[in-house]
Ligand binder design. Structure first.
Ligand SMILES: O=C(O)CCC(=O)C(=O)O
Ligand SMILES: [Fe+2]
Length: 217
């Protein structure tokens, strides 16, 4: 947890997001969203975290949370403000939230994200990140950290269309950002040959009731 971050956020970002694509299709893939040195820093940070920094990923939220390794086999770590590099990523993605709101009037309220580590052979079966009207997860972000990832390494993210057709096959290459509407696109992570690192997050609406904000996660 010693990684230091000195670059300003403007230097991280190397490519703009095509908001017309996001508005028209509900998803967008940005191949080189962040600069390579910053991706490498995050990658090395994720790699050096000891096993007690990670938890077995589960499905569902709060009281409905269960781990089910038949569905997903990754390990996760929720990012926290008290760790500098994690804080930098959270801040950057929160600024992206404001940008998305400006561009598309989405009214996104907050953001939460976790690092994910898929060891070789690990997968995440077909799923939706949110169910219509039953979740405040609106927009999913996936950011990949893996340098030199090849087709043969597997671990692709497959995004499906309404009729179950494959819309996109995404290699988890360092620097790539994927944004998609959380309750629209069924997707899955295929098993890979290498350790696969990413940061998955969700922009949320505020479904507070009587001033109590929905629990995170
Ligand atoms: O890592 C990916 O490509 C997608 C991960 C995912 O679908 C999730 O964590 O909900
Ligand atoms: Fe997902």
């Amino acid at each position: 947890m010693t990684a230091e971050i000195s670059l300003s956020e403007q230097q991280f970002r190397t490519q703009a997001i095509d908001y017309d694509q996001l508005a028209a299709h509900g998803y967008v893939i940005v191949p080189q969203y962040l600069a390579a040195p910053y991706c490498l820093q995050l990658y090395q940070y994720a790699q050096q975290l000891s096993s007690n920094c990670w938890q077995q990923a589960g499905i569902g939220r709060a009281d409905q949370y269960t781990t089910n390794t038949a569905v997903r086999q990754d390990k996760i770590r929720w990012l926290q403000r008290e760790f500098e590099l994690e804080n930098a990523y959270l801040t950057m993605m929160d600024n992206l939230r404001l940008e998305v709101n400006r561009e598309l009037f989405m009214g996104l309220f907050d953001y939460e994200c976790h690092l994910a580590h898929y060891p070789p052979g690990a997968f995440y079966r077909k799923h939706l990140d949110a169910f219509k009207g039953r979740s405040n997860r609106i927009l999913t972000s996936v950011f990949y950290l893996n340098p030199d990832w090849q087709d043969a390494d597997g671990g692709q993210l497959i995004i499906y269309g309404k009729r179950g057709e494959v819309l996109e096959t995404v290699l988890p290459e360092a620097g790539k950002l994927v944004l998609f509407l959380s309750d629209v696109f069924v997707h899955e992570v295929l098993a890979g040959q290498r350790d696969r690192y990413s940061i998955t997050g969700w922009y949320r609406h505020n479904n507070s009731i009587n001033g109590v904000i929905d629990p995170t996660r």
